[in-house]
Design a protein around this ligand. Structure first.
Ligand code: FAD
Length: 459
């Protein structure tokens, strides 16, 4: 056994250090079911242990890849057989909930859904929410600055984090566990670790900002005749429901038809419409909130901007509406399918999608392009299945999706990050000076390029 592994076992004990043989029954990630391979997988139980093992790895020049829930969409957790995995799986406690200050202090390996449920038990809410809630971790959410379905009302992870504790590549602990809304004492160091995809430090603990729990919940799936009606309904819902509007999720007709094809989800509405939207409102005045929600739908149905609608009568029915939006296995079962996460101003979205669809059908006549999005956030997801083969396929599809974005001031990543997958496209959305400053920060905090090397950019 090599010297590095002996030293790591002295800190973590035998069950904290899993050999390559012991991890081969694990999958690489949510997206890649092939067996996980690495030099070793570390399972620390505390920040002190993370600090000690990073200091050892630093001393021996070992590259460390941090693993959370492995649901990230841009290949940030890929590891080679000579690298070390640092998994936060045993640092998953909700340490404290403060109902007066409305904060929760959690370890980075805590699963998002567990945090949501524990906080709800105190009459509070942690409003970050995404389809991977049952597997993704708070540390992963911080490191990717996750978005999801409630950004329209509550912002992204960055808006929901008050404090962060992180360990630098050499083992130095930076404990910025602020609990206040206001703290301008010098630089706001937590921002270094939010959205930097594990390249600047390993997040170990987080102070989350909580909201009061809502008592009203109104949900509808509606069908619309065109993109103008989608924009009109968004604007009406924002004006009339105000801050209660917490989700506005658009599915283009092709996406809806793919996920409700025979053998997949039962279609809650006919499969003939050009657009579908799930809208959801949460507030604290049960009767009046529902009245306002129903009045909005009624009026839009009468005016024809909404052509059909369904309202769930139970939580089970609500879940099956959301499953249509969140479970896209009917699409990803066809391989290769490439998932994209772009952002651009809403007013350009329809033209942009038409350009991408035209480019896809010209290059791959059997190909499909299915689209959905958190459009109020300017965020679209595209699934592109070329139904073709070739070594250049991924590069060519990337080009169809990313090349037109600069005409609209768009970004190659709205919420998933850059990872290893998109680093060739980083300069499409960021200036050379911005990328240089990112590299300066990386060199200052991790001069030996030990943490997640090759993620976001190559040094
Ligand atoms: C079905 C599904 C739906 C999704 N929906 C959304 C969505 O709506 N919005 C959205 O933003 N994302 C979405 N995602 C993507 C993903 O869930 C998020 O990026 C999530 O934040 C990743 O968390 P994770 O714990 O799985 O991180 P991982 O996949 O384990 O890691 C992601 C990156 O963060 C780094 N990292 C993880 N933990 C730490 C840590 N403690 N310290 C430092 N670095 C760390 C990793 O090295 C890697 O680079 C979805 C994914 C799936 C599978």
């Amino acid at each position: 056994m090599d010297d590095l592994i002996n030293k790591l076992r002295e800190v973590l004990g035998d069950d904290g250090v899993l050999s390559s043989g012991e991890i081969s029954s694990r999958a690489c990630s949510y997206w890649d079911s092939s067996p996980l391979r690495a030099r070793v997988l570390l399972r620390p139980r505390s920040t002190a242990e993370v600090s000690a093992v990073l200091a050892i790895c630093h001393g021996q020049g070992a590259h460390v890849i941090t693993h959370g829930g492995l649901t990230g969409c841009v290949n940030g957790v890929e590891v080679s057989s000579d690298q070390v995995i640092l998994s936060l799986e045993r640092m998953n406690a909700v340490e404290d909930i403060d109902p007066i200050g409305r904060t929760a202090t959690v370890q980075a390996g805590a699963i998002l859904q567990t945090v949501q449920e524990e906080v709800a038990g105190h009459g509070l809410a942690f409003p970050l929410d995404l389809g991977a809630r049952g597997s993704c971790t708070i540390g992963g959410n911080v490191s990717t600055n996750a978005g999801g379905i409630n950004v329209i009302r509550h912002g992204m992870m960055r808006d929901l984090v008050l404090g962060v504790e992180a360990v630098l590549a050499d083992g130095t602990v930076i404990s910025a566990m602020n609990q206040m809304l206001k703290n301008n004492a010098g630089y706001d160091l937590k921002q270094l670790f939010i959205g930097s995809e594990g390249t600047l430090g390993v997040v170990t603990r987080v102070v989350l900002r909580l909201r009061r729990a809502s008592t009203s919940l109104d949900t509808a799936l509606v069908a619309l005749p065109d993109f103008a009606a989608v924009c009109h309904l968004l604007s009406q819902a924002q004006s009339e429901l105000g801050d209660n509007l917490c989700a506005y999720e658009v599915m283009w007709g092709d996406y809806y038809r793919a996920v409700t094809a025979p053998g997949w989800h039962r279609p809650p509405l006919d499969r003939i419409h050009p657009f579908y939207v799930i809208l959801e409102s949460r507030g604290v005045d049960v009767e009046r909130d529902s009245e306002r929600f129903l009045a909005l739908l009624q009026r839009e149905l009468e005016s024809g901007s909404v052509v059909d609608a369904v309202l769930p009568k139970s939580e089970a029915e609500r879940t099956s509406l959301w499953n249509v939006r969140e479970d896209f296995e009917a699409i990803t079962i066809h391989q290769p399918t490439f998932l994209y996460d772009v952002s651009l101003p809403i007013r350009h979205m329809q033209e942009y999608i038409e350009r991408v669809q035209t480019a896809v059908s010209q290059s791959w006549p059997e190909g499909c392009c299915q689209v959905l999005g958190h459009i109020a956030d300017g965020n679209l997801h595209l699934f592109i299945t070329p139904n073709a083969a070739g070594s250049q396929l991924h590069v060519d599809v990337d080009s169809c999706v990313y090349s037109p974005l600069s005409d609209y001031g768009g970004s190659v990543s709205a919420e998933h990050g850059i990872g290893r997958e998109k680093k060739g496209w980083l300069e499409h959305s960021r200036s050379a000076a911005e990328v240089q400053l990112m590299k300066t920060l990386k060199r200052a905090l991790d001069p030996a390029n030990m943490l997640n090397p090759g993620v976001v950019f190559d040094l």
